[in-house]
Design a protein around this ligand. Structure first.
Ligand code: CO8
Length: 260
């Protein structure tokens, strides 16, 4: 099967660019997450790699978030396996020693937003047709505590409360205003800007930056690390409920209708 992520590592700069290329919308399936995590792990272990830029090769979309088909009509065992992979992605990215910059060149709802939130810096295309946010409640599902924590750590408590309860999807300019993204640039400059910003970040001595990053994020990471199994159980029992399955079905139908 075709590779779902493509990594371009420049040894001379120590910067890797990772393109997500899982058609049509880079949804985070179990297969995608597995491949993604292996790629991140490889870069993390490569002492020569100091910076990672994550972007999309698909038009109009950074990532559509968790693959809804992985949560619909699946066995509890399979749901558990899927959820462990979602945890793994978050732990690897949020706890990375590399500088990670998201070059958000398209929409980034739910799990896509979570992925971007794990970065050290977010640059988004200034295209009002794109949006970003944790819209879980709109699907009738609840963003887990560590999604919430990551959001609070980024935009603060009040903006996180509003955005999570209402499941808000923000336009780029709204996202910039609440600090959900750090910078907007024209669509064709997202990647070049990410490379420029990366140079600034890499001018800081690694050890000092890494320890500082860890100090900022460790309490949030430890919280999930100490309750991973319970979090899996919680997800599985929630997502397999009839009422939740019904909500997901209605949301899927809405997605199809909207298209027609
Ligand atoms: N999963 C699976 N399939 C998807 C997803 C997805 N997340 N998103 C889109 N698709 C499918 C569409 O159904 C469509 O399929 P088909 O071609 O068969 O009709 C195809 O991808 C293309 O989609 P669109 O035509 O909608 O493409 P657009 O370019 O018009 O729009 C968007 C792209 C903006 C990404 C749009 O598809 C969209 O809004 N998708 C839904 C995104 C979303 O709401 N994701 C939420 C997932 S839940 C999550 O990530 C966190 C859950 C936390 C779990 C908590 C439980 C306890």
């Amino acid at each position: 099967t075709a590779s779902r992520v493509s990594v371009h590592f420049d040894q001379s700069t120590g910067v890797a660019v990772m393109y997500m290329q899982s058609p049509p919308v880079n949804s985070l399936s179990l297969d995608f997450l597995t491949e993604f995590c292996i790629s991140v792990e490889k870069l993390e272990m490569d002492k020569g790699c100091r910076g990672l830029i994550i972007t999309s090769n698909q038009p109009k979309v950074f990532s559509a978030g968790l693959d809804i088909m992985e949560m619909y009509g699946k066995t509890p065992e399979r749901c558990g396996e899927f959820w462990k992979a979602v945890q793994e992605m978050w732990l690897k990215l949020y706890g990375s020693n590399m500088v990670i910059i998201s070059a958000i060149n398209g929409s980034s709802p739910a799990g896509g937003c979570l992925m971007a939130l794990t970065s050290d810096y977010r640059i988004m295309a200034d295209n009002p047709r794109y949006n970003i946010g944790l819209n879980e409640t709109q699907l009738g599902i609840v963003a887990p505590f560590w999604f919430k924590d990551t959001m609070v750590n980024t935009v603060g408590h009040r903006s996180a409360e509003l955005s999570l309860e209402l499941g808000l999807l923000y336009s780029p300019s709204e996202a910039l205003k609440i600090g959900l993204v750090d910078q907007l640039v024209p669509e064709d400059q997202v990647l070049t800007t990410a490379l420029q910003i990366m140079t600034k970040w890499l001018a800081i001595p690694d050890h000092a930056r890494q320890i500082t990053k860890s100090t900022m994020r460790k309490p949030t990471i430890d919280k999930l690390m100490s309750s991973r199994e319970a979090d899996v159980q919680n997800f599985v029992s929630f997502i397999t409920r009839d009422s939740i399955q019904k909500s997901l079905r209605m949301y899927l139908e809405m997605l199809k209708k909207r298209k027609a």
